[in-house]
Design a protein around this ligand. Structure first.
Ligand SMILES: C[S@@+](CC[C@H](N)C(=O)[O-])C[C@H]1O[C@@H](n2cnc3c(N)ncnc32)[C@H](O)[C@@H]1O
Length: 185
């Protein structure tokens, strides 16, 4: 995952985000099991090539739904190719978001923002919009990379989430990560 601070992760390195080695270190099902139940509507925000998306679609079952949102059409294109013709394809909606606008009106039960928040120019607006599409009992898991997101930058992110009406709580332990969970305040 060789991308620079405050830059959007290039499509050319998407392969580095979805491989067997990462599965050993950051197993999607193990990470997401406490948060995702069958029938849920889940937002995989900044889905990239879909490392988490397909697993989420399996976890929500046939009555659940996943919105995989990303800024870059190239990332969505990779994911589109991966899900084409597989069983969970109909549960996954691909959505192109803008740099400072998620652009969804559908409410979600859970949102994952894995290694993406530091790439968002206006985090305050992002959390405000996220709060507005979260069900009252909904939850968000924010995971940031530890090396180019400093302790103070992460604290700043949590402060912005709090300002947007989201209540932070200690996140799970995930290798190579800083984490926080957020609920409606
Ligand atoms: C480092 S990748 C992480 C991908 C995926 N979450 C994962 O963990 O494998 C960050 C992704 O967030 C997307 N992204 C960056 N800024 C974004 C924004 N403002 N809105 C939506 N997606 C964004 C990038 O295009 C990229 O696909």
């Amino acid at each position: 995952m060789n991308y620079k601070k405050n830059r959007v992760c290039p499509v050319e390195i998407a392969g580095g985000l979805d491989n067997r080695f990462r599965r050993w270190l950051q197993n999607p099902r193990k990470i997401l099991k406490p948060y995702i139940k069958e029938g849920m509507a889940v937002l995989d925000f900044g889905c990239g090539p879909g490392y988490f998306t397909i697993e989420i679609a399996q976890m929500v079952g046939k009555f659940g739904r996943v919105i995989a949102a990303d800024l870059q059409e190239g990332m969505l294109q990779k994911l589109r190719g991966k899900i084409h013709g597989i069983e969970v394809e109909s549960r996954i909606a691909l959505h192109r978001s803008e740099a400072n606008k998620i652009g969804l009106s559908e409410k979600v039960d859970f949102a994952l923002a894995f290694y993406v928040v530091h790439e968002i120019p206006n985090q305050k607006e992002f959390f405000k919009e996220l709060e507005s599409i979260l069900h009252p009992s909904g939850q968000v898991l924010v995971v940031e990379p530890p090396f180019h997101v400093s302790k103070s930058a992460f604290a700043d992110t949590i402060g912005k989430a709090r300002d947007a009406g989201l209540k932070p709580a200690k996140g799970p332990k995930i290798l190579f990560s800083k984490t926080v969970t957020l609920k409606k305040g």
